[in-house]
Write a protein that binds this ligand. Structure first.
Ligand code: ASP
Ligand code: MG
Length: 406
């Protein structure tokens, strides 16, 4: 059975007109002799509205009822899509999680799909039916409705592709694909034709908000080809796939930048075991996400400086936690707002020497000062003044020849 999973995001099903268009996309795949499984999100804005209602009832709204409430948005979208297909003469129906069933593990509001019962859906596909599955939801072992985290219908689609061994999972959304850098920041950004899971994970977690990062990780583990494309414009999108499928990869595939980061430096902390742990333990306890961490080599063997970055929103909380921390001593505590992390990402880096130098030189040529550096196998990140973000993006985009058509 040649199966394709099509996932439609909130904006793709945001109005009745758009839902009719989605029905057309679905039947085009069907005409190409695919068995089509559709996974839908809620109409845009609906989930937020439902969450607002729960807060109006209580700041401590029951988690299991929250799941029943917020998963209802998908029910509306699925019935409208199925209804539109029926109207056009196709065999289609909506499937809610308990009807499939889709089993989840974990806590309410944040469960994970671990099993999908295939029998009924396979039977329906064989009868020529088009199942329209409510994304974002499942049932737990107590037969209660669960949800799998905001943006979770991406993960629902990937899991269906996995369990049904689909040829491909297509994520239909409101952008044309994944770009070399944020097109809102840089007009010259180009759509990437093909990208590895690993690169995409770096791009996604760094702010290229096209797909939910955990669902990319799920796709990677199950080796599922994912295409991200627009539901409004008929153009090929971006294929996310395994490294071995990518020939002639560029050294750098994409550049990401963050906004609203802050830098924290502790000057003159003791250079002895346990100090870093003493600093970071209370931060992690308070759910403060620490990103880049750099510790200087201590010149005198006694003292060192430690720098890390956090989200600007966490700055006041972080300051308080450090100042009240009795377990650490330092000479000076410095904070800097308005910094931005620029990262170049590419699997080609592994085999190409000199990438770091090219990045630093390109920034130096524009007189952009680098404050912090961190690297991984396929990524180099630098922290710079936020006001230089666009300048840096332009310089690096040019240096690594990303504005050429790929
Ligand atoms: N409707 C859900 C949300 O808004 C799930 C999704 O969009 O993927 O988070
Ligand atoms: Mg969404």
């Amino acid at each position: 059975m040649k199966i394709v999973v099509l996932k439609f995001g909130g904006t793709s099903v945001g109005t009745i007109k758009k839902i009719k268009k989605v029905a057309k996309i679905i039947t085009d795949h069907k005409k190409n002799n695919y068995k089509v499984i559709v996974v839908s999100s809620a109409m845009s804005g609906v989930t937020n509205e439902l969450i607002k209602k729960s807060i109006e009832i209580s700041n401590n709204f029951s988690k299991s009822e929250y799941d029943v409430l917020v998963s209802s948005g998908e029910q509306i979208a699925c019935s409208l899509i199925a209804g539109s297909l029926c109207h056009n003469g196709y065999k289609a129906r909506s499937w809610l999680s308990w009807q499939v069933p889709i089993f989840t593990v974990g806590t309410h509001m944040n469960s994970r799909i671990n099993q999908i019962n295939k029998n009924k859906i396979i039977k329906y596909l064989k009868q020529g039916g088009i199942p329209i599955i409510a994304g974002f939801q499942g049932v737990n072992n107590e037969n209660r409705i669960t949800t799998i985290g905001r943006g979770g219908s991406d993960a629902s689609a990937i899991m269906f592709a996995k369990f049904f061994k689909a040829e491909k999972c297509i994520i239909y959304t409101d952008v044309e694909g994944v770009y070399t850098t944020d097109p809102n920041k840089l007009k010259k950004a180009k759509k990437i034709k093909i990208i590895s899971y690993e690169e995409m994970l770096e791009m996604a977690s760094l702010g290229a908000k096209v797909m939910q990062p955990v669902s990319i990780q799920d796709a990677r583990l199950s080796r599922i080809d994912v295409e991200v494309r627009s539901s409004f414009i008929r153009k090929p999108g971006t294929l996310i796939t395994k490294k071995s499928k990518i020939k002639n990869s560029k050294i750098v595939t994409g550049i990401s930048s963050t906004q609203n980061d802050s830098k924290v430096s502790l000057i003159g902390v003791k250079d002895k075991p346990g100090v870093a742990a003493a600093i970071f333990k209370p931060l992690s306890k308070n759910l403060i996400n620490v990103d880049m961490v750099v510790q200087n080599i201590s010149a005198n063997g006694k003292e060192t400086d430690l720098t890390f970055t956090i989200k600007a929103d966490d700055l006041n909380k972080t300051r308080k936690i450090i100042q009240e921390n009795k377990n650490i001593n330092y000479r000076k505590l410095l904070f800097e707002k308005g910094v931005s992390k620029i990262s170049i990402i590419g699997v080609g880096m592994i085999t190409t020497p000199g990438v770091t130098f090219r990045m630093f030189q390109a920034l130096a040529n524009r007189k952009i000062n680098i404050k912090v550096i961190s690297t991984s196998e396929i990524k180099i990140s630098v922290l710079i003044d936020k006001k230089n973000t666009i300048k840096a993006l332009v310089a690096l985009h040019k240096e690594f020849k990303l504005h050429h058509k790929k």
